[in-house]
Design a protein around this ligand. Sequence first.
Ligand SMILES: Cc1cc2nc3c(=O)[nH]c(=O)nc-3n(C[C@H](O)[C@H](O)[C@H](O)COP(=O)(O)O)c2cc1C
Length: 206
Amino acid sequence: MDFMEFLKSRRSIRKYKEKPVEKEKIKKLIEAAVWAPNAENDQPWKFIVINDQHKMDLIQDVSVQGAADFFLAQKEHLQEKFKKLDLKRRKKLILGFTTGEFFAFINTAPVLIVVLADIKKTPYAVASASAACENMLLMSHRLGLGACWTVIGAVDKTNREKVKKIIGYDDPKWDVVAIVPVGYPDQDPSRKSRMRKPVEEAIDWQ
Ligand SMILES: Cc1cc2nc3c(=O)[nH]c(=O)nc-3n(C[C@H](O)[C@H](O)[C@H](O)COP(=O)(O)O)c2cc1C
């Protein structure tokens, strides 16, 4: 497949088959991640691979509550964002965001990967770990897996601290960059939603 087509066909996947993900494939995801560009080759990251359902449930609880708190605080912004939609659709979306229901898929994946950045090591830790996370998402797609970068539920530092505690990484040097459910997709990755604005709008030729 043409590389641009490949990039465009990667989509966030939020529904997964029950089929487990092979350990070899998970290792490949992390291998792709660590080959990301990273400031001064400091490699300021750690990838926590979670199969334990109880831990996944606990992380999801934090995320759902965190997302609900986050979106409830900006309900007016959501009203504005969705004002062009019909009332029924608008209500459904606002409810999904403000109850955190839209974020209740994390624990349905067979594997959850928490991407941590070592923020004491370098001021660029979050940027480097983010590059690694994107490599991981692209490799997931390449291997026929589906994944989704989630972190909105942990946007608040206290929630990120809760996630760190659940996985046993409560040292202050770590920060949570992404919580990535991974599994075999159970939805069409090439669906037409979430298209992009014309590229010209993003460019400023100088
Ligand atoms: C920093 C970041 C945080 C995100 N947080 C969430 C999240 O908490 N929950 C979620 O369902 N998707 C989350 N996403 C995925 C975006 O919603 C998604 O990438 C975007 O809508 C574009 O869709 P696509 O990935 O299918 O192209 C996040 C993506 C990024 C890069």
